[in-house]
Design a protein around this ligand. Structure first.
Ligand code: DQA
Length: 154
């Protein structure tokens, strides 16, 4: 893949690896492999090389966030259920040096009350939710706008 594309980490939290087995009226039918391909294709269109990862483990997600911080990489993150209660992920997101966009496939604010709180939103550049896989595509477009205007070390 072309090395002229700036790298972006696209990190996904618990249960997203089994997307096609979740409630399809909320998450649709796409499996994680297809979502990964979708993100990679749209990343290239926005000038990025997406490193798409998924883990059910808070520890692993934090390790990847540290990796992104050390490399000054932009991050798109769907923290999944950790969105609502992981102060450890929030603290790791806060340490990022590049822009960071929180994404959700569903619109958590239109769902159960416990999903109305994001402990992550307060430390991200912006949040996009409710558009299914397009949430990631829109995040990539937003990120392109940010990196074109802001000078930081990609
Ligand atoms: C989610 C929304 C979260 O509330 C939920 O726990 C998820 C997925 C989303 O993408 O819509 O696992 O982050």
């Amino acid at each position: 893949m072309s090395s002229s594309h700036a790298k972006v980490f696209v990190l996904n939290g618990p249960n997203l690896g089994r997307l096609d087995l979740r409630n399809s009226s909320i998450y649709g039918d796409m499996n994680f492999e297809k979502l990964k391909e979708f993100i990679e294709i749209h990343a290239r269109e926005s000038g990025f090389e997406a490193d798409v990862r998924q883990s059910d483990s808070e520890t692993t997600l934090i390790t990847w966030l540290h990796e992104a911080a050390d490399a000054t990489l932009p991050v798109i993150i769907n923290p999944a259920a950790f969105t609502h209660y992981s102060y450890a992920i929030r603290d790791a997101v806060e340490m990022l040096k590049g822009p960071v966009i929180e994404v959700h496939l569903s619109n958590p604010l239109a769902r159960e009350e416990f999903r109305h709180t994001s402990v992550i939103s307060g430390v991200v550049t912006g949040t996009i939710g409710g558009f299914g896989p397009d949430s990631y595509r829109l995040a990539l477009i937003a990120l392109k706008g940010i990196v074109e205007k802001v000078s930081f070390n990609l």
